[in-house]
Design a protein around this ligand. Structure first.
Ligand code: HEC
Ligand code: HEC
Length: 202
């Protein structure tokens, strides 16, 4: 019996010894083995780069560009009829987005496309990606101060399920949909999320 208790002391004693040896080792042992955190940094932004082309597509950029107005077409020209962002993104009093845009596409060329909640982000948080590098877009969409308080799960849900965003795969007559299939886009966004949403180096 007595011997067993003695044995129990050996365990803490040995771990103490390990710590001491660890401390006096002349080289950093931890750095020799790649940690999960290091893998994140080494991703080089490849997981984000795999789907950033979607965010840069004109279907998305027409609502996420510079200027207090939406844009139109594959060339991103300024929205006709002097349509503007307005105080909350829904347009100015005389020209609210929903005066013309319904919750669905109107059939026929050059008729207004539509989806529920058609609008621009508000001027206080305009969510502009035009002119940003991939790294800056990545940081910006993850930043709760720039994405309306979304955490990563909420951001991924928005990216993969929001109706306004899904519209870009079915944008109505005469407009080119996002070329990457939606399933593929969702899978890539989720792979990025699973890896801890690493961004390309700034
Ligand atoms: C007076 C009517 C009208 C108003 C108001 C209006 N739009 Fe439009 N919008 C249109 C029409 C018509 C088109 C389609 C033009 C075409 O296909 O040639 C269009 C196209 C667009 C497109 C282009 C989609 C693409 O990818 O090519 C976006 C984005 C857009 N509108 C956003 C908005 C937003 C946001 C608002 C409110 C701030 C708004 N519009 C207000 C009539 C309007
Ligand atoms: C008709 C305009 C419109 C189109 C088209 C549009 N968005 Fe948005 N987007 C918005 C608005 C408005 C918000 C803000 C919604 C909110 O905060 O709830 C937003 C928010 C976002 C956000 C979260 C905020 C941020 O910057 O992190 C992301 C990500 C996003 N959009 C991605 C896209 C992508 C990707 C596409 C194309 C597949 C797209 N959007 C197409 C209007 C649009």
């Amino acid at each position: 019996m007595k011997q067993r208790y003695t044995m129990l002391w050996i365990i803490p004693a040995m771990s103490m010894a390990c710590f001491l040896v660890w401390d006096i080792l002349p080289f950093p042992v931890a750095a020799a083995e790649p940690s999960i955190a290091a893998n994140k940094d080494n991703d080089n932004g490849a997981l984000f780069a795999a789907f950033v082309s979607v965010l840069r597509n004109p279907r998305c950029m027409n609502c996420h560009s510079t200027g207090d107005f939406p844009r139109q077409g594959d060339d991103g020209h300024r929205h006709t009829m002097n349509v503007r962002r307005g105080p909350s993104g829904f347009g100015v009093t005389a020209e609210k987005c929903n005066t013309c845009h319904q919750d669905h596409n109107l059939a026929g060329p050059h008729l207004p496309p539509g989806a529920p909640g058609w609008r621009l982000p508000p001027p206080s948080m305009p969510m502009i990606w035009q002119g940003l590098t991939d790294a800056q877009i990545c940081v910006s969409i993850k930043d709760p101060k720039q994405n309306r308080g979304r955490n990563l799960d909420q951001l991924v849900e928005h990216l993969t399920e929001d109706k306004l965003l899904l519209w870009a795969w079915n944008p109505g007559e005469g407009r080119t949909p996002i070329p990457m299939p939606h399933d593929e886009f969702s899978a890539k966004v989720k792979a990025w999320q699973a890896a801890g949403a690493p961004c390309p180096a700034m």
